[in-house]
Design a protein. Structure first.
Length: 735
């Protein structure tokens, strides 16, 4: 802990020499400038904004967000508008082209009209928030980095709605998998055979649903996608099993680990109307995960498939048809190269009423169909969640969602529940596979209708006394298939959380917030538990014997407690073995699709191939070659498993904590997803926020942590003050 605190101290020293903008107020203070609302900060820089009017509340919210996260606001908006290459360089150009082609701002315009019609005060919210951001800049000027990067343009209400669309896109990237599968399946090489075998093999893999009882459905899915690192954990425990007699709800969204954090915490109070506290994404003036006086809620990505890839076969379709349905426009992209910014023109194509042309493949136009064609009332939904007073209010608000979300709910009155929100297409075809269009009449098959909110599953006060949601299917039909299509996790995290809760209940002990913290930070690997015995057994009596390092690696692995803790050498050896087995399965046996699941089944003897002893020896050798220091000391997991806590701006990076040791694994509750490069595993994706609500006091009984701080400025004591707690699996407000 002392080593980590030293990094925070470095930020304080840095501030003696460089202070980007004049301070308003920081930890434990009240804002010292004239604002139309009262702002009080706690010791971690989390603002509590209190106002007597809605415009004043959200004006101040925008102002305060700009104070703490101005550069992040700029980057997030650039990502949503397809203008990130101007700031970062050519590496972002392809993504800029995709986003510009999707035209999220056109969708945002449709959303604005729909929102204004449904909830006029929502217009006041986004307008006031934008005015607050712009007022901060007018009064304080821009920080020094804007002398070398493009200027910060005035914030518009549409920027907030476009960022919401960008997040929806991030959480629903099925199209990338569908396009990859099409390319592989039509390649004609061994990879196509491997993909086919993987899909056949995995179709029978048992799933662990949120709702354990089978349900009837109008449109069952006969397939499951590959899952995604962009997931989350959430669980809620009824008050009948807690020390206080009130529910406890926990949530940790798994997103890219960024510094500053993707999340900004805030407490908003409109006197006489509502008080809501939680976490939001800078740029969006609404709480995504939080609590009000009556209830708390958590959110996970449902992983529902709301995207399709359609391939227009130009050779088979009449030219007159193509001319009628395709429209083109020229766009100029600014691309940074060193200190220069170049203009590059691209022709973007769009299929009317369907979606953008995102690529061409073997004479076929690749069209992305997504729900962005449908105006969204999601902003209204989140606002009504924030100000609601009852379970019915909450359920009605969830029904307005467009992005597929799974919500967990707990109330001060003692209720717990699970709700599904989002537009889920009703399909008569396999939406996990790209669809070839060779006749105009086929298009009517892809004119989506959606599941009614009444068809979406829910669960209220289950007899088990708890609910777990971790990107696993919401429910299965009576044949064992998900009730609608999605890229679901097969359920390892959900199963582990459920086991921990059941074990605690069985012991007769009652849950506290501290117990929920231990579940959220659990690092036990069920995957290792399943694979290790077979792996070790197959390496018994190896021909040629083992080297000294291999002997140490194997004995360490056998004695290992199966926890992916940063202090554990066994965790490092296992992660290296996992990496080698995945690489062998992919390169040698062409198991490119959902490789970790195929590896598990191969070691069980259930796949189309069996790992040879040489394959396993190669994995052990790889671990031995990479688990020791230059002086032959066995390393711990944290020596080679890092979280990158560095601000992207070079002038701020000197005050950043740097690369720090981290816990977590690919299939653990405390998840860690990232590539092995430069001899290091990076925790690129993982818990971007951990938050727990104790419903005995919905607004006061909250503990939370982010991998950073509230402020994006090194001059603030809240720049990186939460990092030590995050690394150690601790929480603010927990003492």
């Amino acid at each position: 802990m002392l080593r980590l605190l030293a990094f925070v101290t470095l930020g304080t020293v840095f501030c003696l020499f460089f202070s980007p903008i004049g301070a308003l107020a920081y930890a434990g203070e009240t804002a010292s400038v004239s604002l139309p609302a009262n702002v009080e900060y706690d010791d971690y820089g989390v603002p509590h904004i209190t106002a007597y009017g809605l415009p004043e509340l959200f004006y101040t919210f925008g102002y305060i967000t700009a104070k703490d996260r101005l550069f992040q606001l700029d980057v997030t908006r650039r990502k949503a508008s397809g203008r990130l290459a101007e700031l970062v360089g050519r590496s972002e150009l392809d993504e800029d082209i995709l986003v510009r082609n999707l035209n999220l701002y056109a969708s945002a315009e449709g959303d604005f009209v729909a929102i204004a019609r449904e909830l006029p005060e929502a217009v006041s919210i986004v307008n006031s928030y934008a005015n607050g951001i712009n007022a901060f800049i007018e009064e304080n000027g821009l920080p020094p980095e804007y002398s070398i990067i493009p200027p910060f343009e005035p914030w518009r209400p549409l920027d907030s709605l476009a960022i919401a669309r960008s997040i929806s896109l991030m959480l629903a990237e099925d199209f990338r998998t569908e396009l990859w599968k099409f390319r592989v399946s039509t390649s004609g090489d061994e990879s196509a055979v491997g993909l086919s075998k993987s899909k056949d093999l995995l179709s029978s893999l048992p799933l662990f649903p949120i709702i354990q009882m089978p349900v009837d459905t109008v449109s069952p899915a006969t397939f499951v996608g590959e899952g995604s690192p962009l997931g989350s954990n959430a669980f809620v425990i009824s008050g009948k099993f807690t020390e206080s007699g009130y529910p406890i709800l926990a949530n940790d969204p798994h997103l890219e680990i960024t510094f500053p954090s993707i999340w900004y915490e805030v407490w908003l109070t409109l006197k006489g109307e509502f008080s809501v506290r939680g976490a939001t994404v800078p740029g969006i003036p609404l709480i995504a995960v939080g609590a009000n006086e009556y209830y708390a809620w958590g959110i996970t990505a449902l992983q529902g498939d709301n995207q399709d890839i359609l391939l227009l076969d130009e050779s088979s379709l009449p030219k007159s048809f193509l001319q009628e349905v395709l429209e083109s426009r020229e766009e100029t992209f600014k691309v940074r190269e060193g200190l220069k910014i170049l203009d590059e023109k691209r022709t973007l194509k769009y299929m009317k009423g369907v979606g953008p042309v995102i690529d061409e493949q073997d004479g076929k136009l690749v069209i992305l169909k997504w729900v962005n064609e449908v105006p969204s009332l999601e902003a209204v939904g989140f606002y009504r969640i924030a100000v609601g007073k009852s379970t019915a209010d909450f359920g009605d608000a969830v029904s307005l969602m467009q992005t597929p979300y799974a919500f967990l709910f707990a109330s001060h009155a003692g209720d717990v529940g699970f709700f599904v929100g989002g537009l889920m297409p009703l399909r008569t075809y396999d939406g996990s596979e790209a669809q070839i269009i060779s006749n105009p009449s086929q298009l009517k098959n892809y004119d989506w209708e959606f599941h009614s909110p009444d068809d979406l599953p829910s669960l209220f006060n289950p007899p088990e006394g708890f609910i777990v949601s971790a990107n696993n299917p919401p429910a299965l039909d009576r044949k064992g298939f998900p009730i609608f299509a999605g890229n679901y996790a097969e359920g390892t995290r959900a199963r582990r959380i459920s086991e921990l809760i059941k074990s605690h209940i069985k012991s007769g002990r009652r849950f506290s917030v501290s117990d929920a913290m231990l579940i959220q930070t659990d690092t036990y690997s069920l995957y290792a538990e399943a694979l290790l015995p077979t792996f070790v057994k197959k390496l018994e009596n190896p021909s040629g014997g083992l080297t000294d390092k291999e002997e140490i690696a194997l004995s360490t692995l056998i004695a290992w407690n199966r926890r992916m803790d940063m202090e554990e050498p066994g965790a490092l050896i296992w992660r290296l073995i996992e990496t080698s087995l995945n690489e062998t399965a992919s390169s040698k046996y062409r198991a490119h699709y959902r490789t970790p699941d195929v590896v598990l089944l191969a070691l069980r003897g259930e796949a189309w191939f069996t790992f040879t002893r040489d394959d396993l020896r190669k994995a052990l050798r790889f671990s031995a070659d990479n688990a020791f220091s230059d002086d032959d000391k066995l390393l711990s997991y944290g020596d080679k498993h890092k979280i990158h806590v560095v601000h992207p701006l070079p002038i701020y990076s000197l005050a950043s904590p740097g690369d720090l040791p981290a816990s977590g694994g690919l299939r653990t509750v405390d998840v860690s997803v990232g590539e092995y490069h430069g001899g290091v595993f990076y925790k690129d994706f993982g818990p971007s926020l951990r938050i727990i609500f104790h419903l005995a006091d919905p607004l006061g009984g909250i503990v939370s942590i982010i991998p950073g701080g509230q402020s994006g400025l090194p001059s603030s004591p809240n720049f990186a003050d939460q990092v030590p707690l995050y690394i150690e699996g601790e929480y603010k407000y927990s003492r």
